[in-house]
Design a protein. Structure first.
Length: 163
């Protein structure tokens, strides 16, 4: 089984840019990177107050790993970066979210595809639009470009095209 997957990257603790670059390199070992978005600085959404801004990006990857194995690999990369899961939407050293895996639709306790909140979050949609603005949600058919126009770019600033 091979598929094109889209992964969102985020970090707001430690040295986020260094962490994101290291994560990007580790992601390249999971398949063939087909695209790397620009880098965005975004205000935190949800979670405890007082968090620093996030740096967000996305990659597309062609991988032979199945969705569950890919998610497990993402969790291992997060752990190597020092991520500890304590509280939902807390500040983090590294966050890797599997947004899409081909046209796979799955609703399981450990993995929901497509990511259930991706089409509502500008910090995910803006980097995805860099990769493929015509990418469509497997359930609704809404394209990334249209979703980004709908949610707007409030709190999201592009800081680099290449990082």
């Amino acid at each position: 089984m091979s598929a094109r997957a889209f992964i969102a990257l985020g970090a707001n603790l430690g040295e986020p840019l260094v962490t994101l670059r290291c994560a990007r390199e580790e992601l390249s070992t999971l398949g063939i990177l087909k695209g790397i978005s620009g880098l965005y600085r975004t205000a935190p959404v949800g979670g405890p107050p007082g968090q620093p801004d996030y740096f967000n990006a996305a990659v597309s990857i062609w991988t032979a790993l199945g969705p569950a194995d890919l998610l497990a690999a993402l969790h291992r990369i997060e752990a190597r970066a020092g991520r500890v899961r304590r509280e939902r939407w807390e500040a983090r050293v590294l966050d890797l979210d599997l947004i899409l895996y081909g046209d796979c639709v799955q609703d399981a306790p450990d993995l929901t595809l497509p990511h259930p909140r991706a089409w509502e979050r500008a910090f995910v949609l803006a980097p995805l639009a860099d990769l493929d603005p015509e990418l469509s949600h497997p359930l609704t058919g809404e394209r990334v470009r249209a979703a980004l126009e709908r949610v707007g770019l409030s709190g999201v600033t592009r800081v680099a095209s290449v990082w």
